[in-house]
Ligand binder design. Structure first.
Ligand code: AMP
Length: 307
């Protein structure tokens, strides 16, 4: 496995791979890798020939009072995960390498970033799109793999690549969950055992909303109320938002029809967590994408099974 930290080196490796006829796949991450990230690597391994994982805690996407300084980091552990997944090249640049001077050019995707996480984190998505645009420019023509865990990020990055004709195909991959339903996240490392237990209400409430739709409920406000009620019963969890939106363009949905994203953000102690499910309602009935459960422990390679 190659490991580079210079932009020029990554660019050269990707160009050389394409010159040899290989399809380049890229998995952008902030490191502290877990099974969610590894599922993206496996998707990239399956669909492309030269798999790049980028590890960069991007200061631009953290707000002034957020956890940039305490964000968990473990480069040695991350490299081991990448090695096991057969990654070809890891790119872990320094902040100075990515931002030798404060950028005067940033990327802003409007509308899609105004609500959901954008409401509480007004500068976050500009930071994300700016660093992802830079990574796409460095890696060049490729397929990029993102998790649906960050559903709004996926929608925003997909739109950016489309609007700017970037030579990158953006692919969304299922949420990977712990066996008890908690969506995997690097930030779960912040949770005390008690907070972790409380945090489960988020995935349970989303499941209950799915059950509601399966049971025939189509009123988004009522489904949102159901989620609010469940979360408010757990005093350690403060719901930041429950939103039900069109899964493709994130426009608000009042009656569930087509693909609905049911998304939550909440605070558990000092930790901000997000989660979501997608429910599809059409003539043939209701299907739900609630993610997959990690098999880590059962299988050394950590394969995943649909739930
Ligand atoms: P992060 O390192 O948190 O910035 O995430 C890097 C990529 O991994 C993003 O595309 C995330 O959506 C994805 N990701 C993080 N957690 C999960 C998860 N539990 N399941 C699937 N993808 C995930």
């Amino acid at each position: 496995m190659l490991h580079v930290d210079r932009i020029a080196d990554l660019r050269a490796k990707c160009e050389r791979a394409r010159d040899s006829g290989l399809r380049v796949g890229v998995v952008p991450t902030m490191g502290y890798l877990h099974e969610g990230h590894r599922s993206l690597m496996r998707a990239a391994r399956a669909e492309t020939d030269f798999v790049v994982v980028t590890i960069f805690v991007n200061p631009l996407q953290f707000g002034a009072n957020e956890d940039l300084d305490t964000y968990p980091r473990d480069l040695a552990g991350d490299l081991a995960h990448c090695e096991v997944e057969g990654v070809d090249c890891v790119f872990s640049p320094s902040v100075a390498e990515m931002y030798p001077r404060p950028p005067l050019t940033t990327v802003h995707v409007s509308d899609l970033t105004a609500n959901l996480c954008g409401a509480a984190r007004p500068t976050h998505f500009d930071g994300v799109t700016t660093v992802v645009a830079k990574l796409f420019a460095i890696v060049g023509p490729s397929v990029a793999f993102f998790g649906r865990k960050d559903a709004q990020q996926l929608a925003v990055v997909t739109r950016m690549a489309d609007d700017l004709n970037l030579p990158v195909e953006v692919v969304g991959c299922p949420i990977v969950r712990e066996r008890d339903g908690l969506a995997m996240s690097s930030r779960n490392a912040y949770l005390s055992p008690r907070e972790r237990e409380s945090a489960l209400v988020l995935s349970r409430a989303l499941r209950r909303a799915v059950d509601g739709v399966v049971g025939g409920e189509r009123d988004a406000a009522l489904l949102a109320e159901l989620v609010r009620g469940m979360v408010s019963a757990v005093p350690e969890v403060t719901l930041e938002y429950i939103e039900i939106r069109d899964a493709h363009d994130l426009t608000p949905m009042t009656v569930i029809d087509g693909s609905a994203l049911i998304a939550v953000a909440g605070r558990v102690g000092g930790t901000r967590l997000i989660d979501n499910v997608i429910v599809r309602v059409d003539d043939s009935g209701v299907t739900a994408d609630v993610g997959v459960v990690s098999n880590v422990g059962a299988d050394a390679l950590g394969s995943t099974t649909p739930v």
